[in-house]
Structure formats: structure tokens, C-alpha cells
Design a protein around this ligand. Structure first.
Ligand code: C2E
Ligand code: MG
Ligand code: MG
Length: 399
């Protein structure tokens, strides 16, 4: 297909000059008001936004651009070249360029089709600006992790450009790691079902867990960080209520650490009380994942898929990991009472999980209205600020 002349058919809103430029994103939608709103939201965040009013123009923009895009956000239903055809053409040009599809179709079939076609995520219309911002940031981050990390986190990481300085900060962080615990509440029994362990440290510049993890990735120290976290969880677990499970986040690269699979490791000692939370952030390998999950289960661990609906964890993860527990990402929960489409997606996923034998946790429940909507969708396990924030010990919850 000859790319059309794109110069006259798309325009680029000026990014907010007060914010650092994060990267380039292509917004594709034949619905002009929708496209412009998305472009404005992203430009305001610091993205350089290029707009295309249809799939052909978008293909021209991707193939003809001298500067690469970090992410494409595209409507599914467009005349001539639709979102799926756009992905197929983009894939031939760039295997990794992330494409987020926007669809008004809230059905599971639509979601599965979008993800099967190579979309890194799908956004069901209407969505909140935060959902778009988070979706694009995550997708772009997935794309060329190191390059985007340098840009997206540049306001923090630029300060520590020197590798040795970064290493010193990382060492300080590693030596001051502690775990915060956040309760996961079981509504039917009014009990604390479990606590999620969340990484914390006392090194000021790396207090945010995502920054600390990004730094470990950059320094190739994920195994060290993972071992430290797992040991810290095992140590803290002695004061955990005996009847509550402990959820532990596992980075994809930890699955390449032999210590993770050792029966003699500190966490393995309490494996029967531990649920390992896995996301697809790093990209799970279907051939090895099944074996790895089976090895972890032999040690006594249970498996959860984290952040389902965030773009990291596609529905394919359910088939790949056969998790005992599925955690719905908070982007699906936020304001759910105002969004019929979110309710339908959450309801459908919850039915699907029940059929597959997985328990469902709604993550990030902040308000009573969100809680009511989540209950109405048949979900019995809830985590969020409504009940408790993560704290240093195992907080009890008044239920
Ligand atoms: P996650 O595993 O999805 O954890 C949930 C995050 O949501 C936590 O952020 C938690 O503090 C926050 N949260 C819980 N309830 C609410 C709520 O009602 N509203 C809002 N707005 N937020 C809520 P945190 O602790 O900053 O962790 C961020 C991410 O960093 C985690 O997301 C996880 O992906 C990663 N992470 C945290 N600890 C570890 C760890 O020990 N190992 C690994 N590999 N990753 C970790
Ligand atoms: Mg988690
Ligand atoms: Mg999560």
C-alpha cells in the first residue's frame, strides 16, 4: 500500500511546554472530537501528539516518520482500514510498537479479539483521562523499556545519570528494604483474607517502588532485589495473623532466578501461606511459564495474576498461568459506579474467573460506591484505601 501524503491530513497539538517531553504518540480516530480530546489530554501530559483521522493516514505516519513513535492509540471501528488492520500493518514495520485500541464494545469477545490481534491493551469508551494517560505511559514503557524509562522517569533518574551514583543509591535502598502490608478483605466472612506485601525502602530518591524496580532493572539487579524482598517477607511473616495469606509481587525476571525455585529459600519455608502475584510486564514465555508455575506450585505456592485489565496482564495470562487468584486492576474499579461499561467488563471477567476456578480480587477500592458496584458484580475479595492503606505491620481492619 502506498502511504498517503500525510502532511496536510494530520496536525500536532503543541505539548505543554512546562512539562518535560516524554515521547511521541500517534492518536488515530475518525471521530474528530474524540481524537482531539485524547490528543489534548496526552499533550498536556507532555507527549508530542500526532493525530490521524483514519487508518491509512496513520499507516503513512508510522511508515513515513523520521522520528519513531513510542505508542499508537487507535479507535477500532474506522472505515476502510480499521484498528485491527492498522495493527497488522504496523506490526510488519515494527514488531514492538505498542498499540492501544479504544473500543465502545465492552464484551469479552471484543477484548479477546483486540489482545489476540496484538493490541497491548484496550480501553473501553468512555474512559477517564487518567485511564488514557496511564495506558499510554504503561504501553510506551513496555516499548523499549530502557529508552522510555530514561525519558518517563527522567525527572528522577536524570539526577542520577552516573551509574556509580545510581549503584550507591541502589545499595542504600537494598540495605534499608522493608515491607508494607495492605489487607485484602473477604466481605462474606468479614475477615482479612490476606495481606499484600509492598516494597518500601528508606533511600529518599528511590522511595517509590516503581522507581526502585526500574533502577534494579537498569542495573541488572532484579535478582538481588527479589531475594531481598522475599527474605523480608518471610521475616515479617512471623507476626502475620496465621489464618491470613500473604501476597508477594514477583517481577518477571525473578522467574529466571534459581533461588525462586529452591525449597530451601526463606520464602519457600512459608510457601503454603504465600500467593505469588505475576504480571506480564516483562512478557511471559508461554513455553516456560507453565513449567515454572508447576515448579512453584510443587513448592506449595499459589499463583495470582496481578493487574488484569491494565494492559500488562492480558486475558491470555489466565490460560497460561491458570491462577488461583485474579486481581482486577484499579483502572477498572475507579469510578465503576458511574461507568456501565466498566461494570459489564468487571462482571464478565468475574463470571469467567469463577468458571475457570479463580478467585477475584478488586484492587484499589476507595469509595463506598465502588465497593457496592464491585459487590453487585459478585466479587467477594476487596483491597483498597477504603479499608486500609499499606502499613508497616499487619493492620487489623474494623469490619
Ligand atoms: P500492585 O502490585 O498492583 O500494588 C497495588 C498498588 O496500589 C500499591 O502501590 C498500593 O499501595 C496501591 N493501592 C492499594 N489500594 C489503593 C487504593 O485504594 N487507591 C490507590 N490509588 N492505590 C492503591 P505501591 O505500593 O506504590 O506499588 C506499586 C507497584 O509496584 C505494585 O503494584 C507492584 O507492581 C510494584 N511492587 C510493589 N512492591 C513490589 C515488590 O515487592 N516486588 C515487585 N516485583 N513489585 C512490587
Ligand atoms: Mg500486586
Ligand atoms: Mg495490582
Amino acid at each position: 500500500m502506498t502511504p498517503p501524503d500525510i502532511r496536510s491530513s494530520f496536525s500536532a497539538p503543541r505539548p505543554d511546554m512546562t512539562k518535560p517531553r516524554i515521547g511521541r504518540v500517534l492518536v488515530v480516530d475518525d471521530d474528530e472530537p474524540m481524537r482531539k480530546v485524547c490528543a489534548r489530554i496526552l499533550a498536556h501530559e507532555g507527549w508530542e501528539v500526532v493525530q490521524a483521522p483514519d487508518g491509512r493516514t496513520a499507516i503513512g505516519a508510522v511508515l513515513g516518520s523520521t522520528e519513531p513513535f513510542d505508542c499508537v492509540v487507535s479507535d477500532v471501528h474506522m472505515p476502510e482500514v480499521d484498528g485491527f488492520q492498522l495493527i497488522a500493518t504496523v506490526r510488519r514495520h515494527d514488531e514492538e510498537l505498542p498499540v492501544l485500541l479504544m473500543t465502545g464494545d465492552p464484551s469479552l469477545d471484543g477484548a479477546v479479539k483486540a489482545i489476540d490481534n496484538g493490541a497491548v491493551s484496550y480501553l473501553t469508551k468512555p474512559f477517564e483521562p487518567e485511564t488514557l494517560i496511564a495506558g499510554v505511559a504503561r504501553a510506551a514503557r513496555q516499548h523499549g523499556v530502557a529508552r522510555m524509562r530514561r525519558r518517563a522517569d527522567s525527572y528522577a533518574l536524570k539526577l542520577m545519570a552516573e551509574r556509580s551514583e545510581l549503584e550507591a543509591r541502589f545499595e542504600r535502598a537494598l540495605s534499608t528494604v522493608w515491607m508494607a502490608f495492605q489487607p485484602i478483605v473477604q466481605l462474606s466472612t468479614k475477615t482479612v483474607f490476606a495481606y499484600e506485601a509492598l516494597l518500601r525502602c528508606d533511600e529518599e530518591s528511590l522511595k517509590r517502588p516503581d522507581l526502585l524496580i526500574a533502577t534494579a532493572e537498569r542495573l541488572d539487579r532484579i535478582h538481588d532485589l527479589g531475594r531481598t524482598v522475599r527474605a523480608a517477607v518471610a521475616k515479617a511473616s512471623v507476626s502475620a495473623p496465621r489464618d491470613a495469606l500473604i501476597f508477594v509481587n514477583v517481577h518477571g525476571l525473578e522467574l529466571t532466578d534459581e533461588e525462586m525455585f529452591s525449597g530451601g529459600s526463606p520464602l519457600a519455608e512459608i510457601a503454603s501461606r504465600v500467593v505469588l502475584e505475576i504480571t506480564e510486564r516483562i512478557g511471559l514465555d508461554p513455553t516456560t511459564s507453565a513449567e515454572q508455575m508447576s515448579a512453584l506450585r510443587k513448592l506449595g505456592y499459589r499463583i495470582a495474576v496481578d493487574d488484569l485489565g491494565a494492559g500488562y496482564a492480558a486475558l491470555g495470562a489466565l490460560a497460561m498461568l491458570e491462577p488461583e487468584v485474579v486481581k482486577l486492576d484499579m483502572s477498572l474499579i475507579r469510578g465503576i459506579e458511574r461507568h456501565p461499561t466498566k461494570r459489564r467488563v468487571v462482571g464478565a471477567i468475574s463470571i469467567l474467573c469463577r468458571e475457570l476456578g479463580s478467585r477475584v480480587i478488586a484492587e484499589g477500592v476507595e469509595t463506598k460506591a465502588e465497593l457496592d458496584a464491585v459487590c453487585a458484580a459478585g466479587i467477594d475479595l476487596v483491597q483498597g484505601y477504603l479499608y486500609a492503606k499499606p502499613t508497616r505491620g499487619f493492620a487489623s481492619v474494623a469490619l
